[in-house]
Design a protein around this ligand. Structure first.
Ligand SMILES: Cc1ncc(COP(=O)(O)O)c(C=O)c1O
Ligand SMILES: N[C@@H](CCCC[NH3+])C(=O)O
Length: 418
């Protein structure tokens, strides 16, 4: 295999010396490839964010809920946050105990709340109306409330989850109502949480929102924990040398604030973070195959099997993923050109990379879409009755293992009642 194009300098070799072209030949295309060593490293990086000792990491499993990756996170000593009964179910299958799961609910039915209550999983409530519902079905229960600290952050307006333009969290002005409902149903408010949004590469908004959350916490004297949320970003533009989030600096800043605040609060309290993307994003490359190259009214297209049914982030948020090109034989082309990489879905918007300057791409090339491990497979679909790809893990000992098989045609009709 020849790597035609990769300007990416990372400390990691995702494939651990394996040939991506052979992986595609063996397991089919497209293919999500994960590297266990990198995944574990990221879990450990997050665990060492703070010096403050009473601290834990809840992996926000919506970023990648593959059962094998979840059990590795569990082995690494992480807890999890869940967004649905389905996530709670899968997380328990991966070995998480109920007390390790935090259900951050949003607009859920009484049945969904009961599912968590019956499974002894702590729920965070996202509105006054849902707190009232929770109280009415679980008088005297333990509960957390998600606040909106008024500051958001994120790579796209669609994923900013605090501030003025979002459905999430309870505004601080509703504190009297929160207290009233807690009293009315004799609830035990054990924690407060926030999540300001997804993907920040510098920590200002996180720090500001932490300060706001702490001032909200001062309204409650018996809290067991404060959950600061996730959002830790990764550099998707590695080929352009984009800087990494400085975790050491951010950790220090958070530590200073927490150590100070705890003295004021009068007792030790548990602090949590909820990273999703940061943990699986960089351990994965999505492999796909170029089936056609063409020119349409002056624009050059590389037609692949990487439709938005496989990776939706570029279509949904205009997200950038660096692209690598692998080829069996050297075609001796040193032409660079602007190419639009598209998939095989019946929509003009099915674009993975728009007019990207890359070495000339040929039919048969295998493309590697970098940093595909977060919000990749989990957001894939069977649109156009396409089959979702397999997920392959390259283990620490260098062996490889399919950790989710590719869909089959039978999977497409499994739920129909004929
Ligand atoms: C409540 C909550 N916590 C944590 C996360 C994880 O976010 P990220 O993947 O950006 O770390 C999310 C997703 O945005 C979320 O909604
Ligand atoms: N799905 C988004 C992140 C959303 C995080 C969940 N609230 C992305 O791919 O960037």
């Amino acid at each position: 295999m020849i790597k035609i194009y990769s300007d990416v300098t990372t400390d990691y070799n995702i494939f651990e010396g394996k040939d991506p072209i052979e992986l595609v030949e063996k397991y089919g295309s497209p293919l999500y490839v994960y590297n266990e060593r990198i995944f574990r490293d990221k879990c450990r990086e997050m665990k060492s964010l703070l010096k403050y000792p009473n601290f834990s990491v809840s992996y926000s499993a919506k970023a990648n809920s593959n059962l094998t990756l979840l059990s590795i996170a569990q082995e690494e000593g992480l807890n999890v946050d869940a967004m649905s009964p389905g996530e709670i179910y899968v997380q328990q299958k991966a070995g998480f105990k109920p007390e390790q799961i935090f259900y951050i609910s949003n607009n859920v039915s009484a049945e969904e709340m009961k599912y968590a209550i019956d499974n002894d999983v702590l729920i965070s409530i996202d509105s006054i109306s849902q707190l009232e519902l929770f109280g009415s079905i679980n008088r005297g229960g333990r509960v957390a409330v998600r606040f909106n600290p008024g500051h958001g952050a994120g790579h796209n307006a669609k994923v900013v989850t605090a501030g003025k333009n979002t459905k999430f969290g309870v505004e601080a002005k509703y504190l009297p109502q929160v207290k009233e409902i807690i009293k009315k149903y004799d609830l035990n408010l054990v924690g407060i949480n926030q999540h300001i949004g997804s993907l920040f590469l510098e920590g200002t908004a996180y720090i500001e929102s932490l300060k706001s959350l702490l001032s909200i916490a001062e309204n409650f004297k018996d809290l067991e924990f404060i959950d600061m949320g996730g959002g830790f970003g990764i550099p998707y533009h590695k080929q352009e040398g984009q800087e990494r989030l400085d975790l050491k600096k951010l950790g220090k800043e958070i530590d200073t604030i927490i150590f100070e605040w705890v003295k004021k609060y009068g007792r030790e309290i548990h602090f949590k973070i909820e990273p999703g993307r940061y943990i699986p994003a960089e351990c994965s490359v999505l492999l796909g195959t170029v089936h056609a190259v063409k020119e349409n009214y002056g624009r050059k297209y590389a037609g692949t099997d990487l439709g938005f049914n496989v990776l939706i982030r570029p279509v949904m948020y205009d997200s950038h993923h660096d692209v690598e090109i692998y080829r069996k034989v050297d075609l001796k082309s040193d032409i660079k050109e602007n190419v639009t990489i598209v998939g095989n879905i019946c929509e003009t918007g099915d674009i993975l990379a728009y007019e990207r300057l890359l070495p000339q791409i040929f039919e048969g090339d295998v493309l590697g879409i970098l940093d595909a491990g977060a919000y990749g497979y989990v957001m894939s679909s069977n649109y156009n009755n396409r089959l979702r790809p397999a997920e392959l893990l390259i283990k620490e000992d260098g062996t490889e293992k399919i950790i989710r098989r590719r869909d089959t045609l039978e999977d497409l009709i499994r739920n129909y009642e004929l």
